[in-house]
Write a protein that binds this ligand. Structure first.
Ligand SMILES: Nc1nc2c(c(=O)[nH]1)N[C@H]1C(S)=C(S)[C@@H](COP(=O)(O)OP(=O)(O)OC[C@H]3O[C@@H](n4cnc5c(N)ncnc54)[C@H](O)[C@@H]3O)O[C@H]1N2
Ligand code: MOO
Length: 406
């Protein structure tokens, strides 16, 4: 089904190829280190939470039958036979006509079937005067009511947040299986490039893509390596070979066309990389290529910053998300209404940097296309990409568009 390499394919064809990537192998992690990781398989509760029936209130563990008739006018007196607090190993049983003082979280004593909250009782000597009834189960948190042993608490492909970790801890889970994080190298290619943060000489260009792309990945919890390479084919070939033996993903920036100094894909060919596509009908970003060799996946991104970033956001990032275990990598899009008319290119999917406006009282959301700003400045203030599909060459102010939120 793959289109032949070197032919311009549509964005939806490219997305289908990216979507066919599967997750990397799983590994075990201790619960305490699982924040932000993605589950490789469903997670089952190891035990009940709570482990026993326990009290939701400070009060008195009673037999509901004993207090069924208790009212403020006709209180019922019970003999207190002891006290039980959370974590106590044992407690007295509750027999007819008796009660046990109980604190929140304590195990419900044998014989009791309800807890009467302290507000409805008065203690005197070793007796308690009960002024309200408590039906069976009142103020009792049943064993396993939060989570029961064996229950599936989370499906595979879940990004774990703090709430998941709390749930797992309560369910007695100590270790779990998560998808291995991809090892990613971002390589900027071009003899004119200098390291971001270093002085820029005449004719030189800061390799700004390196910090942008690495920052994008860091923001979703993925550490990356970075390298800057000059336009020398032999050296590119040997450096790429080393990277591909130690990393799961290689992202290259620059040199993807056929100009004299566009050596990136030539080096890929020399290494025998299988090219899945090269050139997609998206603007900016058309020069993107995707390849595979062994278990490694390669995205060759164009060098120009907006092209680089759009190609990364639309295709490379979803591919990395798929490897990292996200089941649905093309998420994060919504619909918004344009504040002004924009032009696309018929036959091409056009992306425009945009900024969301505050939601209106009627619930509508508007997006402002940042067409007036210089490209790097638009990238800095944008919070989304506006997508104009292939068949559209103009969208007028007020019309709905798909936006991809950052
Ligand atoms: N004859 C044609 N020329 C070009 C076409 C075309 O269709 N026909 N397309 C243009 C488009 S669109 C793009 S995008 C670029 C793609 O070229 P490359 O990916 O080969 O990019 P480079 O030539 O290496 O660099 C382009 C530009 O970006 C600067 N650059 C490179 N790397 C970085 C980096 N890491 N960070 C910041 N800036 C970077 C580089 O200095 C160049 O100025 O081709 C057009 N040409
Ligand atoms: O190929 Mo360029 O990446 O369209 O902007």
């Amino acid at each position: 089904m793959n289109p032949s390499p070197n032919r311009l394919i549509s964005l939806s064809q490219a997305r289908a190829i990216v979507d066919s990537l599967g997750p990397l192998a799983s590994e075990e992690t201790p619960l305490t280190e699982a924040l932000g990781r993605i589950t490789a398989e469903p997670v089952c509760a190891a035990g009940n939470c709570p482990t026993v029936d326990s009290s939701l209130k400070d009060g008195y563990a009673v037999r509901s039958d004993d207090v069924a008739a208790a009212t403020a006018d006709q209180p019922v007196s019970l003999v207190i036979t002891g006290t039980v607090v959370a974590g106590a190993a044992t407690s007295p049983t509750v027999g007819p006509g008796t009660a046990v003082r109980i604190m929140t979280g304590a195990t419900l004593p044998a014989g009791a079937d309800a807890v009467l909250a302290a507000e409805f009782a008065t203690e005197r000597d070793r007796q308690v005067e009960v002024r309200a009834n408590a039906h069976a189960g009142r103020n009792v948190l049943r064993a396993g009511s939060d989570v029961s042993a064996g229950e599936i608490v989370t499906t595979a492909g879940t990004v774990l947040g703090p709430g998941h970790l709390g749930l797992f801890a309560a369910a007695g889970i100590t270790r779990l299986s998560v998808v291995r994080r991809p090892r990613i190298m971002v390589a900027a290619i071009g003899s004119e490039l200098v390291e971001p943060g270093q002085p820029i000489g005449p004719g030189q260009v800061a390799a700004s893509n390196l910090v942008t792309i690495r920052g994008e990945l860091q923001r979703i919890g993925l550490e990356t390596d970075g390298v800057l390479l000059t336009d020398q084919l032999d050296r590119l070939e040997s450096v790429f070979a080393a990277i591909l033996s130690s990393h799961d993903v290689l992202l290259t920036c620059g040199g993807v066309l056929d100009g004299d100094k566009d050596l990136t894909l030539r080096a890929m060919d020399r290494l025998g990389v299988q090219r899945l596509f090269h050139r997609v009908r998206i603007g900016p970003g058309k020069g993107i290529a995707m390849g595979r060799i062994g278990t490694a996946v390669i995205f060759n991104l164009p060098g120009g910053p907006p092209s680089n970033h759009v190609a990364f956001r639309q295709l490379a990032l979803p591919g990395i998300r798929k490897l990292a275990g996200y089941p649905a990598p093309f998420t994060g899009h919504k619909t918004a209404l344009l504040t002004e008319t924009v032009h696309g290119t018929n036959g091409w999917t056009q992306f425009i940097y945009g900024r969301m406006l505050a939601q209106k009282d009627d619930g509508s959301r508007h997006v402002q296309p940042l067409t007036e700003l210089p490209r790097l400045q638009a990238m800095a203030v944008a919070d989304c990409l506006i997508e104009l599909p292939e068949e559209i060459d103009i969208r007028t102010a007020g019309a709905p568009v798909t936006i991809w939120l950052f």
